[in-house]
Design a protein around this ligand. Structure first.
Ligand code: 5AD
Ligand code: SF4
Length: 465
């Protein structure tokens, strides 16, 4: 009999990937995904621990799910409740103590063992947060789903996991463990499979993805080598990768941005702070000038590259002048988009132990000031798109009939009314409006029907004279 699975995902794209892989593992054991926890025989919360109050949010969600679990149980039906991901890893047994109705707690490296863990959890609460000697990637079934959202057009593929950089604010090295790169053939096979399933765009994922060094025929491939190899796969139209560390941005990767056509002109390269003292205290191992230099090299290789970053404001000891250096860097780089956060002390990380924590009110003021700068850059970047024709890869239906949503090469969402089902296809879109977080446009052919007909008849290469 088919069992029903509901997975709720928090946090980063890697968790989205992990949730898809958990569904694959369980599909092989008779589980089908459903839309609501009320229908489910098994609910998994795939959690995130990166910032503020993550664990508290999980506990309150668990309380809500327990009421559903009790209601089902009074009807004589069992609902298993599992917590996976980084809160599972960080809390471990404490989670079962605080929420004894939970059946299973596991870390991000253990979900290939799900069927076995669930069997054991039938009789008593189980915790598995050991870092296993085997790699989960060697024990997962082939991908059945590669979805970034609910469409298969843009897929995530984890190629590297864990981190050895130990930034002093970050829990990732503790929750995801030591850095590991998947062998090239594994990555390539999974990419082929995702393409067979309908993916046209693949985003290569890793906590520190540009530190990738995957085994390949007795040697090693860098991320740039891997990108060049994957670029040859038939059917793959677009490649992206995230998240990168400035210290691991090699010259060959920068060069790839200049000469690999399927590599999209977009890079998320977190800088965190514009102050050298703060960068040092964060253990980022580079200066603000080095970051600026990298941006210059990237723009030389690919002049239109759109840049994105993460920032932390209010790191322990951050002075007003140090924060202003961050504002200055943000203005100088002129990001196409960026994420910014108030520093949040993570238990067990070095920065959390520092005595000179910045008061929350100051963090909030700094966050507002930085976000104002970043929003202005983003709006200006989007505004430059109006009047341009961009190749848009359509992924899913929009809000009203005929409207589709897709992404530009620079990563912006684009809404357009399309004359047919263009999902999974790239079409030239004339951009007519820019909003804060998206663009709107119309099929370039619709804007110039004479040209479209001539092109369809194969008589015109470019615009009419
Ligand atoms: N506090 C605030 N932001 C954090 N990040 C990571 N750890 C913390 C923390 N303790 C941010 C960083 C990172 C992004 C994924 O989350 O900016 O790049
Ligand atoms: Fe965390 Fe990224 Fe630093 Fe690794 S490089 S410790 S994942 S912020």
């Amino acid at each position: 009999m088919t069992k029903k699975l509901f997975v709720k995902t928090y946090g980063c794209q890697m968790n989205v990937y992990d949730s898809a892989r958990m569904a694959d593992v369980l599909a092989a054991h008779g589980y089908a995904s459903v839309e609501t926890p009320e229908e489910a025989d098994l609910v998994i919360l795939n959690t995130c621990h990166i910032r503020e109050k993550a664990a508290e949010k999980v506990y309150s969600e668990l309380g809500r799910l327990n009421r559903i679990k009790q209601a089902r149980s009074s009807e004589g039906r069992r609902m298993m409740l599992a917590v996976s991901g980084c809160v599972g890893q960080a809390e471990g047994g404490e989670l079962l103590r605080r929420a004894p109705f939970v059946d299973l707690v596991m870390g991000p490296q253990n979900y290939h063992r799900l069927p076995d863990l669930l069997r054991r959890a039938e009789t008593r609460g189980v915790v598995d947060t050991e870092f296993p000697v085997e790699s989960k990637f060697d024990h997962l079934p082939e991908a059945r789903t590669g979805t970034a959202a609910d469409n298969g057009v843009s897929a995530f593929l984890t190629i590297q996991e864990g981190c050895d950089r130990f930034c002093t604010f970050c829990v990732v090295p503790y929750t995801r463990g030591a850095e590991y790169s998947r062998p090239v053939t594994d990555v390539e096979n999974e990419a082929r499979r995702l393409i067979d399933l309908g993916a046209r765009e693949i985003t290569l994922l890793g906590q520190n993805v540009n530190a990738y060094h995957g085994a390949q025929r007795g040697g090693e491939f860098s991320l740039a080598d891997l990108i060049r190899q994957l670029a040859e796969l038939p059917g793959l139209e677009r490649l992206r990768y995230t998240t990168s560390h400035p210290r691991d941005l090699s010259a060959d990767l920068i060069a790839a941005h200049g000469d690999v056509a399927v590599l999209m002109p977009f890079l998320h390269l977190p800088v965190q702070s514009g102050s050298d003292r703060v960068l040092k205290a964060m253990n980022r191992q580079h200066t603000a000038d080095h970051y600026r230099h990298l941006i210059g090299e990237l723009r030389k290789a690919r002049p239109d590259i759109a840049l994105s970053s993460d920032f932390i404001v209010g790191f322990p000891g951050e002075s007003k002048a140090e924060f202003e250096a961050t504002l200055e860097l943000a203005r100088d780089v002129d990001y196409a988009q960026a994420f910014s956060f108030k520093y949040s002390p993570r238990p067990g990380t070095p920065a959390a132990e520092q005595g000179d924590q910045v008061p929350d009110g100051i963090k909030s003021e700094r966050l507002d000031a930085l976000q104002a700068v970043l929003a202005r850059s983003q709006a200006a970047f989007n505004a430059t798109m109006v009047g341009r024709t961009l190749p848009v890869l359509f992924e899913r239906p929009g809000r009203h009939a005929n409207q589709l949503l897709g992404r530009s090469p620079y990563g912006q969402w684009v809404h357009a009314d399309m004359p047919g089902d263009y999902r999974g296809r790239i079409a030239d879109i004339l951009i007519t409006e820019a909003h804060t977080n998206s663009l709107a446009g119309q099929a370039a052919a619709a804007a110039n029907p004479g040209l479209a007909m001539a092109q369809a008849a194969g008589v015109a290469e470019g615009p009419p004279a």
